[in-house]
Design a protein around this ligand. Structure first.
Ligand code: GLN
Length: 307
């Protein structure tokens, strides 16, 4: 087991990188976050763990929830059917890009971890509006081993009031028959899911569950099949960090998923789940302190799954 002192040193070394980033402001409420915050939690396959820095401070999960949406959709809809609507390939554009949707891939979102792809994936989760939110929330609670996860209402309202970019993506997808349903109730579920509060330990447990093939290390409960976890992890490798997925893979060699709240979860099969939170982001929308911390950790502990 790593020591708290070791992790704390790492946090301290990565604070300058965090200070180079900027907190997200396109969702107005996120602009209130503290850009100097940085924390990490390391969880082993038996659920034992250690945290350092401000690991207990919560942020909204944002795009990291797309992995839970994808897992729920995989449970509800055969992959071959899903890939008629959403493919599983990388993008070099931003997470809320419109151009990809219009020009590439016969209007299908390129992958389930960009906004268009996550909204389309959510539409394949069984249940009507409201029920989809509830089902994915319950899956997220199971994956994190934390049944108390709830929505931060102010962030939800802030994104709902300003989320026109996502509305544009969703209406475009209706025009191309990727979506067939009402946009607003679907987006309401999506905005609520992005606004669930998590800390570093929740993210570490989520990643540790994926690393264990779907069994939560804290509760011992199976939340997803091994095959679905492999699929979700494979897409994290190629698409989890948006246009920086390749750079990140070279630096760390581990599957990871980021969110604009500043969280990143990284899964190291057989070794650990890691949760990092640093709300200051780089230009791609990934936590700048968090990326630096994961790169150093992966190099120092030889975490790469690639060799
Ligand atoms: N809720 C955010 C959005 O839809 C999620 C994006 C992200 O975390 N990259 O824009």
């Amino acid at each position: 087991m790593l020591t708290e002192e070791y992790l704390q040193r790492l946090v301290d070394q990565c604070l300058p990188a965090a200070r180079q980033g900027k907190v997200a402001s396109y969702i107005p409420k996120l602009a209130e976050a503290d850009g100097n915050q940085l924390g990490v939690y390391w969880m082993e396959p038996n659920g034992a763990g250690v945290g350092a820095g401000q690991w207990q401070k919560r942020v909204t999960v944002q795009s990291i929830v797309k992995v839970a949406i994808f897992l729920q959709a995989l449970a509800d809809c055969p992959l071959e059917q899903m890939t008629q609507k959403i493919s599983l390939n990388a993008t070099a554009e931003t997470f809320n890009s419109i151009v990809d949707l219009e020009e590439k891939n016969q209007h299908r979102p390129l992958n389930p971890y960009i906004n268009s792809g996550a909204i389309a994936t959510l539409s394949l989760v069984q249940g009507g509006p409201g029920q989809r939110f509830q089902r994915v929330l319950e899956l997220l609670q199971a994956l994190t081993g934390n049944s108390r996860l709830t929505v931060e209402e102010e962030v939800y309202r802030s994104e709902k009031a300003t989320g026109d970019r996502n509305r544009a993506l969703a209406y475009f997808m209706r025009s191309t028959q990727i979506l067939s349903e009402e946009v607003e109730p679907l987006l309401d579920d999506y905005f609520r899911l992005c606004s669930v509060l998590v800390d570093c330990r929740d993210l570490a447990a989520f990643a540790a569950t994926l690393a264990k093939g779907g069994v939560d290390p804290l509760t011992g409960r199976r939340c997803a099949s091994r095959e679905h976890c492999r699929t979700a992890l494979a897409v994290m490798v190629s698409c989890g960090m948006y246009g920086q997925s390749g750079d990140f893979l070279v630096r760390t060699g581990v599957p990871a998923k980021s969110g604009v709240g500043g969280g990143i979860m990284a899964a190291v099969p057989g070794r650990a789940g890691i949760g990092v939170i640093g709300p200051a982001l780089n230009a791609t929308g990934n936590s700048s302190g968090g990326m630096e911390l994961l790169a150093r950790l992966a190099q120092q502990l030889d975490l790469s799954i690639l060799s």
